[in-house]
Design a protein around this ligand. Structure first.
Ligand code: NDP
Length: 296
């Protein structure tokens, strides 16, 4: 068997197209331009890349994009003052503080300072609680992108056995919650899980969010299962030339694609969907702020 490749890049382009249409309607019919503010503290190279591409795509869909780049010596008080200003700014509907923050800044404190209605990353404890109780919330972008791809591929997920490998607050836990809300039977695996291979072999849906290159081999996969690979790992690739690198996921793509029914590639799977969902969340936040119908 050869798995269907779930094309996250194409799906993300479609989602961004729908977001752009909604932005046009908000502007034309209501005179409102959704606005997203991204705050970057310090000069982490990976974060720089993410922030740049978030800003570019925000503008491409017609939204207002604001970037605040702060020195890595920025104090907690200065950062909290900026967040307070953005919370009060009516032209800003979404606020994203790029993580990780430098060590001297308390991430929990900073995230809890964001107005939950503008928390487009869905990390504020109010949104975590709302998601956990199945209520309307801001849903974290990466798990939301994974869910959209799964729903698009399967239609309903009800009754399926899902295994999420990884229990981080930004991917694993919200992913498990979303799958549970969609009536999957969910197992959350982590570094202390015994016999991970046997756990994964039960799954109709495998979500790998570990951060270990190609950790999941094809012989762990139940034939026909759907694999969503969240991992982004950069490996040296001397075969491509001196100093070159390549990106791989948390699953061994070649062996898994021989057994699975469907699989997301890395790159071109979950990554593009994450940014598309950030834009979609910003439009949702804008509609809620103005009491207007939300996108489907
Ligand atoms: P974290 O490091 O926060 O969490 C990793 C999780 O994997 C932990 O729960 C850990 O368990 C578990 N784990 C580690 N080793 C093993 C093991 N040998 N067996 C089973 N479980 C293990 O990572 P994130 O959740 O932030 O990210 C995961 C991956 O997803 C990374 O590669 C990251 O780059 C990528 N990512 C991709 C995004 C995208 O847009 N595509 C967005 C966000 C992340 P324990 O809790 O016990 O330590």
């Amino acid at each position: 068997m050869t798995a269907t490749i779930i094309d996250g890049k194409a799906f993300a382009a479609q989602v961004r197209g729908q977001v752009a249409q909604h932005v046009t309607r908000l502007k034309d019919d209501h005179g409102i331009t959704p606005g997203l503010a991204v705050v970057l503290v310090g000069a982490d190279p990976a974060s720089e890349v993410y922030v740049k591409s978030k800003g570019k795509m925000t503008k491409e869909v017609g939204m207002k994009s604001v970037e605040h780049r702060l020195a890595d010596t920025t104090s907690e008080a200065e950062l909290l003052t900026l967040i307070d200003t953005l919370n009060k700014d009516d032209t800003i509907h979404g606020i994203l503080v790029q993580l990780p923050l430098p060590d001297h800044l308390n991430e929990d404190l900073v995230i809890s300072a964001i107005d939950p209605a503008k928390d487009v990353d869905g990390f504020h404890i109010s949104n975590v609680g709302l998601l956990g109780t199945g209520q309307k919330s801001m849903v974290p972008c990466t798990p939301l992108g994974c869910l959209m791809m799964l729903r698009d591929h399967h239609g309903t997920l009800s009754g399926m056995d899902a295994v999420v490998i990884g229990r981080s607050n930004i991917v694993g836990k919200p992913m498990a919650q979303l799958l549970l809300n969609d009536s999957c039977t969910v197992t959350v695996a982590h570094s202390r899980t015994k016999d991970l291979a046997a756990v994964v072999r039960r799954a109709d849906i495998v979500i790998a969010a570990v951060g270990r290159p190609e950790m999941v081999p094809g012989d762990w996969i139940k034939p026909g299962a759907t694999i969503i690979d969240v991992g982004i790992n950069r490996l040296d690739a001397p075969e491509r030339g001196e100093g070159k690198t390549r990106l791989v996921g948390d699953v061994d793509f070649d062996s898994c694609a021989k057994v699975a029914g469907a699989i997301t590639p890395v790159p071109g799977g979950v990554g593009p969907m994450t940014i598309a969902c950030l834009l979609a969340n910003t439009v949702t936040a804008c509609c809620r702020a103005h009491d207007l119908p939300e996108p489907e």
